[in-house]
Ligand binder design. Structure first.
Ligand code: BTN
Length: 267
């Protein structure tokens, strides 16, 4: 666990200046960048400081899952986000859209989408995920930690619920990690700074364009499954069940089929 003085050939303070952020820590490895960002926030890190690690020994995913974070095979980083702007529950969706905007703008990737509530998906394979946590556990006071895991290469080891994929399979040629991280940090910041307590109409439109569960048959861990009918202003996933449409706010959802033109479900 070594703190790096340089990243991508430049002193870390140069990246702070280039990206306009108050702090940037780069580590050869940490347990979890979310955990290090939380510690740093408690030690006084300024809002929008960023922690990156080449590898994580105990990278975390949603619902206590492990996040495989092999050295040099992804961008694993976390941002210290000031006071909770908008609901914490909306941060993963907003961050997903910000990341998708950057993948489209910088790399020309238009066919990556989001899977409610925090996954970056390409053809039903997982390209990345977002983990937003409170800075102070169990308290609504203080800010949040927003963690982003983006596979640059398809993970070589580990067991996965969903088949993973890396950017190297989608983008021909080399990717500048510094340019990508800078673009992501800037975009996530501007997106979360504007975040209201509910998703706006324009946010909902952008989410709907990227929603990879829309009109698919889904199974839900917390309740009956049905047909995914989009995401509401409170960030809930609307699922049409036999008892009517309900808004799913917790747990996980996985697609199990598609709707035929005639309206019947396929599996
Ligand atoms: C998920 O898909 O369940 C969320 C994955 C989030 C992974 C990132 S990698 C950087 C940050 N540090 C962690 O321990 N997790 C997040």
């Amino acid at each position: 666990m070594t703190r790096l003085t340089h990243w991508e050939g430049e002193p870390t303070r140069v990246w702070e200046e280039v990206w306009g952020i108050p702090g940037f820590e780069a580590w050869s490895s940490v347990d979890s960048t979310n955990e290090r960002a939380r510690e740093w926030a408690l030690e006084g890190a300024r809002p929008w400081s960023v922690v990156l690690a080449e590898a994580q020994r105990a990278g975390r995913g949603r619902a206590g899952r492990r996040w495989v974070s092999e050295a040099g095979r992804g961008l694993w980083f976390s941002l210290v986000v000031p006071q909770r702007r908008g609901a914490l529950e909306l941060m993963p969706l907003r961050t997903c859209v910000a990341v998708l905007d950057v993948l489209g703008g910088l790399l020309g990737l238009r066919d990556v989408g989001l899977k409610w509530p925090n996954d970056l998906w390409w053809q039903d394979r997982k390209l990345g995920g977002i983990l937003c946590e409170k800075q102070v556990r169990g308290s609504d006071a203080g800010g949040a930690i927003v963690g982003v895991g983006l596979n640059l290469a398809t993970p070589s080891g580990g067991e996965f619920d969903v088949s993973p994929v890396g950017l190297d399979a989608l983008v021909p040629g080399p990717i500048s990690r510094a340019q990508l991280l800078g673009g992501l940090v800037r975009r996530i910041r501007t997106t979360l700074e504007q975040g209201a307590p509910r998703l706006s109409v324009s946010e909902l439109t952008r989410i709907a364009e990227r929603d990879r569960l829309l009109n698919r048959v889904v199974r839900c861990t917390d309740g009956p499954g049905g047909i995914a009918r989009g995401i509401g202003a409170d960030g809930g996933l609307h699922v049409e069940t036999e008892e009517g449409v309900r808004s799913v706010r917790t747990g996980s959802v996985r697609p199990v089929g598609r709707i035929r033109e005639s309206g019947g479900a396929t599996r």
